[in-house]
Design a binder for this molecule. Sequence first.
Ligand code: C5P
Length: 237
Amino acid sequence: MTKSIYLALDFPTWKEAGRFLEENDLHGVPVKVGMELYYREGPQIIDKLKENNHKVFLDLKLHDIPTTVMRAMKVLSSLEVDLVNVHALGGSEMIQRAKDGLINGNPNFDTKLIAVTVLTSMEQRVLNEELGISGNLLNVAVGFSSFAKKSGADGVVCSVHEANQIKTECGRDFITVTPGIRLIDSDVNDQKRVASPGFARNNGADYLVIGRSITKAKNPRIAYEQAIAEWEESTCK
Ligand code: C5P
């Protein structure tokens, strides 16, 4: 089983998430826990998943004043998840303090700090006209990655269309996590900048996050296997 594909557990309760994993024989696959499930179930959900041998990406996308984020990260560090994230839009000081919180909160565990660059649901027009951030999406994502790295982030969440350029700018060891993945025949839904697992790997993605292409598939287990096959057949790495 590849450790590079995080299944987005976008379910309202542990009962539903746990049943989904059980019924589809997805024991021990890496999972992403987002706001919906975490806000409902709290830290116990992380313990349960870890007891069942799942690697965990805790996707809470923190974005607040630096001290608040540092203190929150200190708390989250005790959960010993593999990845946690903040919004790069919080700026370099916030990212630095997030890292401080993780390290000081739990010096014995290396949770990776990931900064969200530009959401994969975001379009060029919204970035420029609504948020007032000039430049094209690619350059903005690369720029955010660059200051996130200098501020101590271990990697970024970005779209597959930006991963390669980010690797060139920030180095091959800088982690790229890419959502917005769609298997052949699945719906795009609200995502705008999507691509297949194979394309993602060839374009510099280290980890994929896949939700609805698997959770809403007629046969989620087969969809998960299809994602792994596409990832492993790609030529990179
Ligand atoms: O269902 P789908 O594959 O689109 O799910 C993508 C998951 O990745 C969702 O849980 C979403 O919150 C998350 N995500 C994202 N874009 C980011 C960061 C996280 O879509 N930039």
